[in-house]
Design a protein around this ligand. Structure first.
Ligand SMILES: Nc1nc2c(c(=O)[nH]1)N[C@H]1C(S)=C(S)[C@@H](COP(=O)(O)O)O[C@H]1N2
Ligand SMILES: [Mo]
Length: 386
């Protein structure tokens, strides 16, 4: 039951001031307590467009209609491994730091665990999420713990010429590169400046447990604010280099190709997938007696507002729930809906703290994009009310 009625988001209360002052007594945490319990009592009305049957089993993505906890349980987290999923024994493993550093060294897992522990809740999204109709829930919101990368780099003593930090995974595959066939490890890089961000950790735990094998045991990079690809699993080596790194997952795969109009001419740009973009989806429609509600999630930015539109109606402001104010986690939202029988189209758009709006599906930015990565356009879903 939605016993708390139709609460006013705190931001709105503050804007409306005086008349709504009574609303200030409702703390955001009170507002959302009971929502999750409410979810269970409400009936979920399935979307008309179903993902392909068996999708969940095949690629292990979230089923949005089943999402009922803000933290994604570990067994429901999607996973991606381009070169399979190596199984590593802790006793056979260490982390090397090398290249342009004054004090190259190795760490055992115990040595990393003994360092100051940093925790972060982070919504990790595969940049291919929503790039195809069958790949719709490649996103999870989990709690990670690990050692701070910046401290490890500082201790290693990055040399003057060291500008690029390359992260190598234990997983490897055969690649054909300009006529040569080579065996390569999965690798991604960041500029030294990005790698020194105090939010980036070398994570050994997720949701309070050691990393499961498929999520990178024993150690992975967790880089809040970056697409999944930057979060290198099965990490074995961190290497400082004096020039840009152009490995497969930086410069060939995970490249966004886009046409941009400049002075009447078309310029094609190719950019490496990196920081996450603002996004939102309507997750489910629920019914409780005669009351309908639309629930969803928004992420990829400091979410200031989410607006929802049904058919050709006006955009209406949703109520933000758990996650509001944290730019690195998803924010749950919901809105009451006076549903009428028939088929309806529901679309959401997220707006960040700077006022930037999630692009419409027909925004030139998206229409002129030729690759499927970074598909963050507004999502329209259909539903049948009887
Ligand atoms: N070593 C390694 N790390 C990797 C990958 C990989 O194939 N190998 N895949 C990346 C991609 S594309 C994504 S979306 C995330 C997925 O993280 P998860 O499997 O823990 O959900 O891991 C990233 N880290
Ligand atoms: Mo990904």
């Amino acid at each position: 039951m939605m016993s708390q009625g139709n609460p006013i988001p705190r931001r709105q209360v503050l804007i409306q001031g005086g008349a709504a002052a009574a609303g200030l007594a409702i703390l955001p945490t009170d507002i959302f307590r009971g929502w999750l319990a409410g979810f269970e009592q409400e009936a979920v009305i399935p979307w008309v467009e179903r993902p392909h049957p068996g999708t969940r089993e095949r690629v292990n993505v979230l089923n949005w209609e089943e999402v009922d906890s803000w933290i994604t349980p570990t067994d429901q987290m999607f996973r991606v491994g381009h070169y399979g999923s190596p199984v590593i024994a802790e006793s056979d493993w260490n982390l090397e730091i090398g290249g342009l550093v004054d004090r190259p060294r190795t760490f055992s897992l115990a040595e990393l665990r003994a360092r100051p522990r940093q925790e972060v809740v982070f919504t990790l999204e595969c940049s291919g999420n929503r790039g195809r109709p069958s790949f719709m829930g490649a996103v999870h919101n989990a709690s990670w713990a690990g050692a701070r990368l910046a401290d490890v780099l500082t201790e290693a003593g990055v040399q003057e010429e060291g500008i690029e930090v390359v992260f190598f995974g234990a997983d490897e595959g055969e690649e054909e590169i300009r006529g040569a066939t080579v065996t390569q490890n999965f690798a991604r890089s960041m500029s030294l400046e990005d790698a020194m961000d105090p939010g980036v950790i070398l994570a050994y735990e997720v949701n309070g447990e050691p990393l499961p094998n498929e999520h990178g045991f024993p150690l992975r990079v967790i880089a809040p604010g970056w697409y999944g690809i930057a979060n290198v699993k099965w990490l074995t080596r961190i290497e400082l280099r004096d020039r840009r790194f152009m490995g497969k997952f930086m410069a060939r795969d995970y490249v966004t190709l886009r046409a941009e109009e400049r002075d009447g001419a078309t310029v094609w740009t190719e950019t490496s997938v990196g920081r996450v973009n603002i996004n939102s989806v309507p997750a489910k429609v629920t019914r409780d007696g005669d009351s309908y509600a639309i629930h969803g999630a928004a992420w990829g930015a400091d979410i200031a507002a989410v607006e929802v539109r049904v058919d050709e109606g006006p955009w209406r402001v949703a109520t933000l729930g758990e996650g509001q104010g944290d730019p690195h986690t998803w924010t749950f939202w919901r809105i009451d809906w006076d549903a009428t029988p028939g088929r309806h189209r529901i679309v959401s758009r997220a707006i960040d703290a700077d006022g930037s709006v999630q692009p419409a599906a027909d925004d030139p930015m998206l229409v002129n994009k030729r690759t499927y990565w970074e598909s963050n356009g507004q999502l329209t879903r259909s539903i049948l009310i009887d």
